[in-house]
Design a protein around this ligand. Sequence first.
Ligand code: DO4
Ligand code: MG
Length: 274
Amino acid sequence: MLLYRTLTGWMLKTATGLCFEAPPGDRLTTREDLYDYLNSLGKDSTASDLPRTLLAPIEAQEVWAAGVTYYRSRSARMAESQEAGGGSFYDRVYQAERPELFMKATPHRVVGPEAAVRIRRDSKWNVPEPELTLLVSPGGKILGYTIGNDMSSRDIEGENPLYLPQAKIYDGSCALGPAILVTQEALAPSTGIHVKIERAGADVFSGSTTLAEMKRRPEELVEYLYRESSFPNGCFLMTGTGIVPPDTFTLLPGDRVEIAIDGIGVLRNTVDQL
Ligand code: DO4
Ligand code: MG
């Protein structure tokens, strides 16, 4: 089932397409029994339409991210940081047992569907990173999946690997939504991730990958993240990008970014540089 966050609370959409409101209450998305709880709802609910305005499906969670989990990301990172002497780090982390994990955003830096993601004013080379994003419970259980955009400044990241937090964490650097797919089943390796970027009504980039291209398993990423860190509110964990536009491409203010993941939906945002 799909869980949407609206201006008035949470709404559920069942496999048959029926939409209804979840009872009010905080910390819904941190429940260890989220799947069973949502399944128990709905019997006495009134069906209604999803509102046009949806919020990012986040409560008090931190957002973390994994990097270099796809070969395409490894190669792009090596190329952009070669001059700065950072090239080999990315191949090493791609091969290593320990994954790259980094803090991506706190809730106030996250935007929802149709809101504006941002590019930094001190950066000239920016891309969206379309990523399957896990909703993880305080106990480390994968409760569901959403779509994430790990907005990234490639010139800052490439100048020096130690600049990674500045390339990755800033206001409006992360989009999540439109829904959380709450399921007890792992997603199929054939699940597709697709991105399309539009400028002034014309397509300027599109690309696709599948989860089969991801080198790490979601459970493995969660296990490392939770090893020596507690998450009282649970967390979101972005699982890395497998789609990187050509080096000649940069996002510009006004661009529209559409990221689709099979079974979850489409996350649409405009790009801003306030
Ligand atoms: O090491 C840089 C970050 C890479 C990343 O965000 C990704 O592969 O998705
Ligand atoms: Mg990324």
